[in-house]
Every structure is written in structure tokens, then in C-alpha cells.
Design a protein around this ligand. Structure first.
Ligand code: OGA
Ligand code: NI
Length: 342
């Protein structure tokens, strides 16, 4: 597979010209910025009233200020996380002939391996240093039969992990609801969290990390994203105009606010621009679970955030119309945000 970066092995000593970003978009000196102190949120013992209150406050504050936080003691089995990471890596190490079968440049194919961006075929001459395998993963019985049968444990582990992550997402959305004064099941209604896609991202070790990116600056179009990482760092988040590096905490999940949560909360919770940098020594593999509204779900700022001083800052729309627009504008945060303002 000449297009997949995971198929190039270690033979590439210099970055091909179509992976070299223009100087203003390169990570350059921002490649090795220090990690921000990120104290993870502990989701255990939430029946303790005091602890529950503090945990919720922490989640809300982080979502208002940074648009992301990390959670530990989240209820997802640590061994399942380990096995899922293993099977994800195995997928990208499969032979080229097999990967060729999974590869597709058709954005309408529900389960496919691609490289760079989902729109590779129309992307022109600048690519990202990553391969991705993407497919829906909720409801499981609707999709699991479309997933690969190799690696042999793929369906089992990615399936079990998806179920656990979806439960975790629901718990987090309930805590958020409680924190901002929405009814507890707000995000379970109207299909607001009715779908989930998983994107397995693989960023091979890169010969010249300062010149390229694994993922360029974007905010996620969905409601909320739950990220499973390994010990290799790479994620950076834009905060007050500066890139900050996110330390991958062992056994934690990273949670980030997507556009829809920002819109429904009428701007109180912030989606965050983020990107991925590569490094020259280690490959990095992550799983981004995108919890999203159903296509026909109706999105608008919730009444709880609207009063005479806070009119709706965003339009009402169907989620599928937002998504099409996001794809057409290649996820440009400013352009997308601007066109959904009220
Ligand atoms: C994404 C994303 C981050 C990562 O897939 O939208 O931002 O660390 N991934 O892989
Ligand atoms: Ni993202």
C-alpha cells in the first residue's frame, strides 16, 4: 500500500515533500513543549455527596476553560483497555495485502482504512502523517459484523471496549447535566448521544516531526469525544492562543468537548482546537470514540442556558446539516463556528 504511512516501515529517512507543512503551520519549536499539569478527575465513589459535588465542579471548570479533561477510576476495565490497545496496533501491523482490502477512499463506506484525512482523494498535495481505521460502534449489533475478522480478537475487544466507553460517556454526560442544571438524562433524549464512531489513529515514527503533523488543528464536530491513548504523547490543545501538550496518563481516558456540546450549552462549555504532533522514535496509536447525535437530531442551545441576558448564540439545525458543512469546510473552526452563530 504505497499511500499508507504504516506500510513504509523505517526506510523513509526524509519526509516526502507532500508531508511538509508550510512554515506557519509546522509544529517547529512547539514540538517539545512541557506538559501541562493535568490533574485527572477521579470518577470513583460518586455516591459520596461531597466528592460528587467536587468532581462535577472540576469537570465543568475544565470544560469551560480548556474544553478537555482526563478521567481515572472510570469503570472501564484496565485489562480490556490494554487488550484493545494491543489489537489496535496489530491491525496497523497487518500485511499490505490485507490492509489493501480494508482501504477505501469512498467517504460513504461505513468501515474503512484511510490515510491522512477522510477526504484524501480530494485533498490535493499536503498529507497528514497518520493512517486511520474508522467505523461506527454503537449500537454494537448493528455494526460489529462489518468489522474485520483479523486480528482475530478485533471484534471482541473493540466491541467490549465500545460498550464500556459508551457507558462512560453517558455517565460523564449525566455529571455534566447535573453540573450545568440540565435534567439528568438530557443528552439521552432526542438522539443527542445516539451514535458513536471509533477512529483508530496510527501515527508511525516520523523522520522529521518538526515539519509535519499527525492531525492538523481542528475541533471535533460531534458531542463529546473519549480518547484512549497509550504512553506516547502527541496531542496538543490550543489554550488562549498557545499550544499546550497533553500528558498521556496511564489508564486514563481523555474527554474533549465537541462542537455540539458547545452549541447546546450556548457557549458555556467550550470545544477545544487540538492537533497531533509526531515523534521520531515511537509510533503512537489512539482510539477516538466520537459520541454524536443521530443524523436527524435537532440541535439548539438548551432553554436552561437562555434568559434575557443570554439570548441563543447559535442557530438551530439538524446534526447531519452541520456535519456536511463541517466536511465541506474541512473542519475550519472559524468558518464553521461563524456560520452557525445566531
Ligand atoms: C481525532 C483526534 C487525537 C489523537 O481523531 O479527532 O483529535 O490523539 N485524535 O489521536
Ligand atoms: Ni479530534
Amino acid at each position: 500500500m504505497e499511500k499508507l504511512v504504516s506500510s513504509w516501515g523505517n526506510n523513509v529517512k526524509a519526509l516526502p515533500h507532500n508531508y511538509i507543512f508550510p512554515p506557519e503551520l509546522r509544529p517547529g519549536n512547539n514540538l517539545k513543549i512541557p506538559f501541562t499539569t493535568n490533574i485527572p478527575t477521579d470518577l470513583s465513589e460518586l455516591e459520596n455527596y461531597h466528592h460528587r459535588f467536587q468532581t462535577i465542579q472540576k469537570i465543568i471548570k475544565a470544560s469551560e476553560e480548556f474544553g478537555f479533561f482526563q478521567v481515572i477510576n472510570h469503570g472501564v476495565d484496565i485489562n480490556l483497555m490494554k487488550e484493545t490497545r494491543k489489537v489496535m496496533k496489530e491491525l496497523f501491523e497487518m500485511g499490505d495485502e490485507y490492509k489493501q482490502k480494508l482501504y477505501s477512499e469512498d467517504p460513504l463506506k461505513p468501515c474503512r482504512l484511510y490515510t491522512s484525512r477522510p477526504t484524501y482523494a480530494t485533498d490535493g498535495n499536503l498529507h497528514l502523517w497518520r493512517d486511520s481505521f474508522i467505523h461506527p460502534c454503537h449500537p454494537l449489533d448493528q455494526w460489529q459484523h462489518l468489522w474485520p475478522q483479523n486480528p482475530t480478537k478485533y471484534r471482541e475487544y473493540v466491541g467490549a471496549c465500545s460498550v464500556e466507553v459508551k457507558k462512560l460517556a453517558s455517565r460523564i454526560l449525566r455529571l455534566i447535566s447535573e453540573g450545568v442544571g440540565l435534567e439528568c438524562e438530557y443528552f439521552e433524549k432526542g438522539g443527542l448521544s445516539g451514535s458513536m464512531l471509533v477512529s483508530l489513529n496510527h501515527y508511525p515514527a516520523c523522520p522529521e516531526p518538526s515539519l509535519t503533523l499527525g492531525v492538523s488543528k481542528h475541533s471535533d464536530p460531534n458531542l463529546v469525544t473519549i480518547l484512549l491513548q497509550d504512553y506516547v504523547s502527541g496531542l496538543q490543545v490550543l489554550h488562549n492562543g498557545k499550544w499546550i501538550a497533553v500528558e498521556p496518563l496511564p489508564d486514563a481516558f481523555l474527554v474533549n468537548v465537541g462542537f455540539q456540546l458547545q452549541i447546546i450549552s450556548n457557549g458555556r462549555l467550550q470545544c477545544c482546537d487540538h492537533r497531533v504532533v509526531t515523534n521520531s522514535s515511537d509510533a503512537r496509536t489512539t482510539a477516538a470514540f466520537f459520541v454524536a447525535p443521530l443524523d436527524d437530531s435537532f440541535i439548539e442551545p438548551a432553554q436552561a442556558f437562555i434568559d434575557e441576558y443570554h439570548p441563543p448564540f447559535f442557530k438551530s439545525f439538524k446534526y447531519k446539516d452541520f456535519r456536511s458543512y463541517y466536511i465541506a469546510e474541512k473542519g475550519d473552526t472559524e468558518v464553521v463556528m461563524e456560520s452557525f452563530l445566531a
